[in-house]
Design a protein around this ligand. Structure first.
Ligand code: PAF
Length: 311
């Protein structure tokens, strides 16, 4: 496995792989790799010949300087994980390599970024879509893999790739969870023991909303109230948002009918966590007059300690 810090260096490796007739798989990350990233890498490894993982903490997508400064960095540990999973090359540029001068060109995806995290983290998605565009231009992958935990990011990248005719397939990878339901995140290491105990309440809140929908609640406000009650019962958690949105444009739905995303963000102490659950109709099973609960099902996830695909 090669670790490359320069744009010219990674381009040379891509050229060699292409000359050998290989397809390029790409997993963009900010490092601090965990089992969730391992799932991305494993899926990418199976889907392409030459696999590149980028590790770059992108300053452009942080709305708070302190969050950027304390983002965990551990290249040796990340490299060991990548090596163990058959990655061919890591692209780990310094900020000066990616942004040598002032960045005057940005990519903005409209509407998909209005709500949820976009509403609370000004400039975040502009930073993400700009760096992902730059990375795609550098690596020129056939397939790029993004986690479903960052569902709005996935929707933004998909829309950007479609709107800008980027020749890359965006592949979603299911969220990996701890046994108690907490979605794996590089930010989890910041939680104190008490906060870690409280953190799964975010997922429980999403499940409460999902249960309400599966039980027939078409009114989003009624379903959301169930989740907000769960969060209110956990004093260490401060809810930022809890929304039921359309899976593509991330706008709140007036009534729950088709596939929706139940998405939440919450602060646990000084750590911000996000999570989501997707609910969709069971294909072809819509008997006349059926309650929503008869026809809606949660999409599965992969538990860190099991291979079960069921919630
Ligand atoms: O999801 C992440 O780790 C980042 O947002 C990404 C996609 C690598 C862009 O910096």
């Amino acid at each position: 496995m090669r670790i490359v810090k320069s744009i010219d260096g990674i381009r040379a490796l891509v050229r060699e792989a292409r000359a050998a007739g290989e397809t390029i798989g790409f997993v963009p990350t900010m490092g601090a790799l965990h089992a969730g990233h391992a799932a991305l890498i494993d899926q990418a490894r199976a889907g392409a010949d030459f696999l590149i993982v980028s590790i770059f903490v992108n300053p452009l997508q942080f709305d708070r300087e302190d969050d950027y400064q304390r983002y965990a960095k551990n290249l040796p540990a990340d490299a060991a994980l990548c090596e163990s999973r058959g990655v061919d090359a890591i692209f780990a540029p310094e900020a000066a390599e990616m942004y040598p001068g002032s960045q005057r060109t940005h990519v903005d995806v409209e509407r998909v970024t209005d709500r949820l995290c976009g509403q609370f983290r000004p400039g975040h998605f502009r930073g993400v879509s700009t760096v992902v565009t730059k990375l795609f231009n550098i690596v020129q992958p056939d397939k790029a893999y993004f986690g479903e935990k960052d569902a709005q990011q996935l929707a933004v990248v998909r829309r950007m790739a479609a709107d800008l005719n980027m020749p890359v397939e965006i592949v979603p990878v299911p969220t990996v969870r701890e046994a108690d339901g907490l979605a794996l995140s590089s930010r989890n290491v910041r939680l104190t023991a008490e906060e870690r105990r409280a953190a799964p309440a975010l997922y429980r809140a999403l499940l409460a909303v999902a249960n309400a929908i599966e039980g027939g609640a078409c009114d989003p406000e009624r379903a959301k109230a169930e989740g907000l009650a769960v969060l209110a019962g956990e004093p260490l958690i401060r809810s930022e948002y809890l929304e039921i949105v359309d899976v593509e444009d991330m706008q709140p739905v007036a009534s729950v009918r088709g596939p929706v995303l139940v998405a939440g963000a919450a602060w646990v102490g000084s750590t911000r966590l996000i999570d989501n659950v997707r609910i969709e109709p069971i294909a072809g099973s819509q008997p006349a007059g059926a309650a929503v609960g008869d026809t809606m099902i949660r999409r599965g996830f992969r538990n860190q300690t099991s291979t079960s695909n069921e919630v």
